[in-house]
Design a protein around this ligand. Structure first.
Ligand code: ATP
Length: 432
């Protein structure tokens, strides 16, 4: 369910329950930065692990990398990022001096804040520049995407792993863009994380390979628990495509209060990237087939934003319903993604025998389900609500019967149903 305030409610829940905080909050914040709290980092790690599992570990044609954020300046010249290719149109209000991204304005003549006249459009490069070395004599940049680290290591992977075409290289890591107007919570930030794949192919098969990746993207969106009706494919029209791309599909999610906007991109980039790096570096970036001449492979690039995924997953999961005559808020997260899979409660806090038994059960379960929590605060009803709010799929309550017959009450987050389960069957009920 979603209304106009849903995003505000999600942002407030995220802060209140330790998912996501404003960056540098005690100093008044820093625009475009957010910090993930204990539950947020668990959710984010679960998403990244699921991605790595699905796209790297479970496939035979994928290789992982973790490349440096700082790269030789020449890499960014070759990729086109230092030039006009990586700029956004910036306009400044002559009256209040506020700056805006021109392509996001409805009226490009008047300031949306104070009505003042807007100055001329300038191309603003989004890369954060930095200096490397004690003398600061080398210019470098915080990478604005993880992809270039993959391209510059193409030869290293080919030489060391001897992959057979088609094959892909994947990495997850931070990226930085000095966005003119960061906004919409973690949707558009200045520091974010990406999960990117460069999938190298023989160019003549690009359409088949593109279709396979399109299906793989849908499988991923399903694995996240995102519903089909909230996702729209935007097939970027030819006149909006980058000059080297023959086809790009933006997968858009219907964010509450915001509407459809880009969650991830899937692009066929021809052999543009490897050819550019080959020319600039003088290195041969080629693949040599078992029979035939060496050639430069083409590439399909699925590029996922981690933070936009977190935002979509939270939006999809946020639910309000009525339970026991009260409105309750819960996160209907898939168990694989939930930051806490199970919470264990002693029915009463002041009975040592219950506490001890509950603690034993918790300790035993933690060996196989590390994302587990122990709670003995307040009454059981309140504890359920607290777990609902953070999306814990199961709550296990230890009572006096447990001491007699080794059974516990397991309560299901979505239905509120409670059933009696023997301790030996617990791990089969709690399936993650
Ligand atoms: P947009 O058009 O929204 O600025 P983009 O098309 O420039 O995005 P890409 O360069 O394709 O984005 O980056 C791939 C992915 O990285 C995006 O689909 C998005 O999930 C994520 N991403 C890009 N910029 C940001 C940002 N400023 N904050 C958070 N995530 C981002």
């Amino acid at each position: 369910m979603s209304d106009d305030n849903t995003m505000e409610k999600i942002v407030s829940l995220a802060k209140r329950r330790g998912f996501i905080f404003q960056g540098s909050e005690i100093y008044g914040g820093l625009a475009g930065t957010w910090d993930y709290g204990p539950l947020g980092v668990a959710l984010k790690n679960n998403i990244k692990e699921l991605w790595w599992d699905m796209f790297v570990d479970r496939r035979d044609d994928m290789y992982g990398l973790d490349t440096a954020i700082l790269m030789n300046e020449k890499a960014w010249e070759a990729s086109g990022h230092t030039g006009a290719g990586f700029t956004d149109p910036l306009v400044e209000c002559e009256k209040c001096k506020k700056r805006f991204r021109e392509d996001h304005l409805k009226d490009t003549a008047k300031c949306p804040e104070c009505g003042g006249v807007l100055g001329n459009k300038k191309d603003f490069n989004l890369m954060f520049e930095t200096r490397v070395g004690a003398q600061g004599d080398m210019k470098s940049f915080l990478r604005p995407e993880t992809a270039q680290g993959i391209f510059v290591n193409f030869k290293n992977v080919v030489d060391t792993m001897r992959p057979k075409l088609p094959f892909g290289i994947a990495q997850i890591g931070k990226a930085f863009r000095n966005e003119i107007a960061p906004r919409d919570f973690i949707f558009r930030t200045r520091e974010f994380e990406q999960m990117e794949i460069e999938y190298f192919i023989d160019g003549q098969y690009w359409e088949q390979e593109f279709d396979k990746w399109r299906e793989a993207v849908w499988a991923w969106l399903k694995a996240l628990g995102l519903s089909e009706e909230n996702i729209k494919e935007y097939d970027v029209p030819a006149d909006e495509l980058a000059h080297y791309s023959k086809r790009t599909i933006d997968f858009e999610y219907n964010y509450p209060g915001k509407g459809h906007d880009e969650l991830l991109g899937l692009a066929y980039r021809t052999d543009h990237d490897l050819k550019s790096h080959m020319e600039a570096s003088g290195e041969k970036l080629v693949y040599t087939p078992a029979e035939g001449e060496p050639f430069t492979p083409h590439v399909i690039e699925p590029s996922f934003g981690v933070d936009r995924t977190v935002m979509a997953v939270l939006s999809e999961a946020y639910t309000e319903d009525k339970m026991d005559g009260e409105t309750r808020v819960f996160l209907k997260l898939k168990p694989e993604l939930a930051p806490v899979k199970v919470a264990v409660f002693p029915l009463l806090k002041n009975r040592p025998e219950l506490l001890e038994k509950a603690w034993d059960i918790y300790t035993e379960l933690k060996k196989t389900i590390p994302q587990i929590l122990f709670d003995d605060n307040g009454n059981v009803g309140k504890r359920y609500r607290r777990q609902d709010e953070i999306g814990t799929p199961w709550c296990v309550t230890v009572d006096f019967d447990t001491l007699e017959d080794n059974t516990v009450t397991v309560r299901d987050r979505d239905t509120g149903e409670q059933k009696r389960v023997a301790l030996i069957d617990l791990v089969t009920v709690i399936r993650v």
